[in-house]
Write a protein that binds this ligand. Structure first.
Ligand SMILES: O[C@H]1[C@H](O)[C@@H](O)[C@H](O)[C@@H](O)[C@H]1O
Length: 599
């Protein structure tokens, strides 16, 4: 074993130098346009991920009225997709290893198409629920397969950028979904059918594309289909000399097999092998912290934040929410531009720092709003004679899930305000009284179920914008990009399945707990909590995330040879020394001390 590891490190060291030279050449080498075609068609999976998770909020506004959906059914229709994605992302690891990346992408696009047709034609809420679960199964498989496929077909110097394009497509999907929501919100009858059904178009396009596109050459080599692998490499790289890359991948697979064996449960082998165990902790940790930084809560909550800021019209709020997803999209583009320039580690660290500070600003905005919460001035008599809680100001009334704030305003001045019970069937109006009948008349009272009018909304708005500007280039895409790179081939599908599963599980956890957390800690407490979690994430990344820019996928394992979390950018590990050589502004790994043993 020790001997093998020694040879492996020798090869890695040679490979490191070779990739070092290779990379310098690579940058100047012509890249065939074909790799961009591959990235585009694969990233349609990211688009569908974003579209289907984003479109549901607008569709729900219409659906709850058309189908008379209770709060439980609304919750089910939203969360079932994310829950199904968690399950299928985990299962996707096995499918990826067994069937290959291409078949999995074809499967996902087929599932998306079937789910989309079902949703568009759904006669009742049960069919809708089944459709949402089916779509979720597609999202899970796509979310873990697409980054792996793109990473495996890309040359090292373009890999970060091309995998990050998938994340760009995710936020692009969310943005288009919000535009479609806005456009079809005027069709109150059947608008939701178009919103949910339109996803069939990109799904079919991806399916048709992948009928003609090749399997990942790395997966083919792993399955012993050497001739096909060589052909695909030639196809993707154009005229370039691919023998060296082919030999390097092949030699690596053989060594890995000798080193960690071939049979058995991959996850167990990963956990008992130091470098893959550490990579798995880093990959899952990144995905966990991505969700713990509250992105989906902030996005979801943006409509309310805008209402706080004085946007009272529902339609206007929908369009402004589209501006939020547009911001997320535009700043992901900045991430695509930066990833190969500053590297994954610096990008993630900078993003976490800015995200944490913006969350603190959001929390301060909510705190100031709570402190200047308008008082309740009217205490109307409950016609149903049921006792309802008496609150002195808007803040506690708004945090109570059974009540809402009913008020009039004159400019920024709030008057004639009361706290009344919410209607059992819909949070859109009060159970009785002045806010029972919602009219378009601007003089009629305003019903605020989950916000309070405030003059500090500009701080919250600024916090929201800065949050997206910092989160989107780094913490949004980097967990996906890094996970596609850090595992050796034999562990890549399983590693990505686990980390994507962690992402979806924490997505559900954070969304389901937000309102309860806000009820106990208030909104500012909830945002201070996210701030704390983001700073924990910052420490984690600072200590544990090595730089992967420019390295061959086959050389990544060396980054995780030492103790976990001593693997920060350039720190030496306990049993071997790692240092970086700068070539053309990039860090390249170079190994010394080949004979020491690992673990
Ligand atoms: O990377 C994506 C992206 O940031 C999305 O905006 C978010 O909704 C997802 O949860 C996340 O995984």
């Amino acid at each position: 074993m020790g001997d093998l590891m020694g040879k492996k490190r020798q090869r890695a060291a040679d490979g490191g130098e070779r990739s070092l030279i290779g990379n310098a050449e690579d940058r100047d080498a012509p890249t065939t346009g074909f790799v961009y075609v591959l990235a585009f068609f694969s990233a349609l999976g990211g688009f569908l991920f974003g579209y289907d998770t984003g479109v549901v909020s607008g569709a729900m506004l219409l659906l709850k009225k058309r189908m008379n959906l209770s709060a439980l059914w609304q919750e089910l229709l939203v969360s079932s997709t994310v829950g199904a994605a968690a399950v299928s992302a985990l299962a996707g690891g096995f499918l990826n290893g067994w069937l290959g990346r291409r078949i999995c992408i074809l499967l996902a696009s087929l599932i998306f198409s079937v789910g989309g047709v079902m949703l568009a034609l759904a006669p009742d809420k049960v069919v809708l629920l089944v459709g949402r679960i089916i779509v979720g199964l597609g999202i899970g498989i796509a979310s873990m397969t697409v980054p792996v496929y793109i990473a495996e077909v890309s040359p090292p110097h373009l890999r970060g950028q091309l995998v990050t394009v998938n994340a760009l497509f995710i936020t692009g999907g969310q943005f288009i979904a919000s535009m479609v929501d806005g456009a079809f919100s005027y069709l109150s009858e059947d608008g939701w059918r178009y919103m949910l059904g339109l996803s069939v178009l990109p799904a079919v396009l991806q399916f048709l594309g992948f009928i003609f596109l090749p399997e990942s050459p790395r997966w083919l080599l792993q399955k012993g289909q050497n001739q096909e692998a060589l052909q695909v490499l030639r196809w993707i790289r154009g005229d370039q000399n691919v023998e060296e890359e082919y030999d390097s991948i092949k030699a690596n697979i053989e060594e890995e097999e000798k080193e960690v064996g071939a049979g058995g449960v991959v996850l167990l082998r990963m956990l008992s092998h130091g470098p893959t165990r550490r990579a798995l902790i880093v990959g899952c940790g990144l995905q966990m912290f991505q969700q713990l930084s509250g992105i989906n809560t902030v996005m979801y909550y943006s409509a309310t934040i805008l209402q706080m800021a004085g946007v009272r019209d529902d339609k206007e709020a929908i369009w402004l929410a589209a501006a939020t997803s547009a911001t997320n999209f535009v700043f992901t583009l900045v991430g695509v531009w930066l990833v190969e320039r500053v590297g994954r580690r610096k990008l993630t660290l900078g993003s976490l720092l800015g995200t944490g500070l913006s969350l603190a600003l959001l929390a301060v905005g909510f705190l100031l709003s709570a402190q200047s919460s308008p008082p309740v001035t009217l205490h109307p008599v409950d016609p149903n004679n049921s006792t309802y809680r008496l609150y002195g100001s808007c803040e506690p009334c708004m945090l109570d899930p059974d009540c809402g704030f009913c008020f009039r305003e004159n400019g920024t001045k709030v008057f004639e305000s009361s706290c009344v019970p919410v209607h059992q069937a819909s949070i859109d109006h009060a159970a009785w009284g002045r806010c029972y009948n919602k009219t378009e008349d601007i003089k009629s009272p305003i019903w605020a179920y989950n916000y309070c009018p405030t003059s500090y909304s500009w701080i919250v708005l600024m916090g929201l914008f800065l949050y997206l500007a910092f989160f989107a280039p780094g913490m949004g895409p980097m967990p996906w990009t890094v996970n596609s790179e850090i595992y050796p081939l034999w562990a890549r599908s399983t590693g990505n399945a686990c980390s994507a599963g962690v992402n979806w599980i924490f997505n559900v956890l954070v969304s389901l707990t937000f309102l309860h957390v806000a009820e106990y800690l208030t909104y500012y407490g909830a945002f201070f909590l996210y701030t704390g979690l983001v700073f924990l994430g910052l420490l984690f990344v600072l200590g544990c995330l090595p730089e992967t820019r420019g390295l061959q996928l086959e050389d990544m394992e060396n980054l995780f040879m030492g103790q976990l979390c001593s693997c920060g950018a350039s720190s030496p590990t306990h049993n071997r020394h790692v240092h970086y050589i700068r070539v053309k502004g990039s860090n390249y790994f170079h190994s010394e001390d080949e004979n020491s043993d690992v673990d």
